[in-house]
Design a protein around this ligand. Structure first.
Ligand code: SF4
Length: 326
């Protein structure tokens, strides 16, 4: 019996993974690495992200870019700057470019389509994370060359979702993820771990939801309070629980792309290497211009991943950089 066979993926098995003690977690992480090796060999992937607009129509309680927060400067980058950043990423050998924004109504979908076309034309995979738009926009961007779309579900607890994201519903979010799939996108989703009121049971539901959605990419970020929000004094989420969640995702979902998110490094030096040790296989370099990146206020005092840091993490994890499949 291999180490991975020791972990069952029933509801109670998943709960046991999340609650694993230190010794058991050691085996859990080894099992997650074994599953990753079976499906990806020693390959790991680097993406580059640019956060191009922090203007948001939503008011999520945990996010510093919420509409009601007047404590940040709002920005939308110009197209040339975005394409230049993608060119720099391409020259550095990165082949996946990630266009991320808040739920902004500050730009024309045709404008974004032009940017996607330019970046896809360089030979890069284009990944979007721009919130819910219209189905016509989805088709426009898909035709322009975007092939992947991330929409975090944040929590599978419908009541908590409604409290954290006023005016939105979990059911609507899930429907939108299915819509993305129907429009030909590879989809990604995942929870924000450590939201006040979240339970281990709901984290198990998060795992099962990701499985049922048959996601191509899955991630977990650890909650960190953002200044100027109703949750600015709430405690941070647990890195240790986050790592167990990551390993459980790998064991349950197997072939999914799992990023080592920057919140782990922000909370613990070496946190992203720990993510790779728990089954992650992606790391994302931040290419948002330094003059505005602090205003992309997902949480306070963010950790920004450089290319050097990303390559160092992959090397120390004993993996080799490869291009993500389109
Ligand atoms: S989480 Fe996203 S949708 Fe919600 S306020 Fe922040 S940027 Fe806007």
């Amino acid at each position: 019996m291999t180490v991975k066979d020791r972990f069952d993926t029933s509801r109670s098995g998943l709960e046991a993974m999340l609650l694993a003690g230190e010794e058991e977690a050691f085996s859990l992480f080894a099992a997650a690495r074994e599953v990753r090796r079976e499906h990806f060999g020693s390959r790991a992937f680097i993406r580059a992200v640019i956060e191009f607009s922090n203007r948001c129509r939503c008011n999520c309680l945990y996010c510093g870019m919420r509409k009601d927060n007047n404590g940040i400067e709002r920005f939308t980058l110009d197209g040339e700057r975005i394409v230049d950043a993608a060119s720099a990423a391409f020259r550095a050998g990165i082949r996946t470019f990630f266009l991320q924004s808040a739920e902004s109504e500050d730009y024309d979908p045709e404008w974004l389509a032009g940017i996607i076309r330019a970046i896809h034309g360089m030979g890069m995979t284009v990944l979007l994370c721009v919130g819910a738009r219209t189905e016509d926009d989805l088709d426009l961007w898909r035709e322009a060359g975007a092939s992947k779309f991330i929409l975090k579900h944040e929590t599978s607890d419908p009541d908590l979702f409604g409290r954290m994201k006023p005016g939105l519903t979990l059911a609507g979010r899930i429907e939108w993820l299915k819509t993305l799939k129907r429009h030909g996108y590879g989809i990604g989703s995942g929870p924000l771990l450590g939201l006040p009121g979240q339970t281990v049971r709901s984290l198990v539901d998060d795992l099962l939801l990701l499985r049922d959605l048959d996601v191509d990419m899955s991630s977990v970020s650890v909650f960190l309070p953002a200044a100027g929000t109703p949750l600015e004094k709430a405690p941070t989420g647990s890195v240790d629980l986050g790592l167990r969640f990551m390993a459980a995702m790998r064991i349950l979902l197997k072939r999914t792309l799992i990023p080592a998110t920057s919140t782990f490094e922000r909370l613990r030096s070496g946190g992203q290497l720990a993510c790779f040790d728990a089954g992650a296989n992606v790391i994302t370099v931040n290419m948002t211009p330094p003059s505005v990146r602090g205003e992309y206020a997902l949480y306070t005092e963010r950790f920004f991943v450089s290319l050097e840091h990303a390559r160092g993490v992959i090397r120390r994890a004993g993996l080799e950089e490869a291009a993500e499949a389109i």
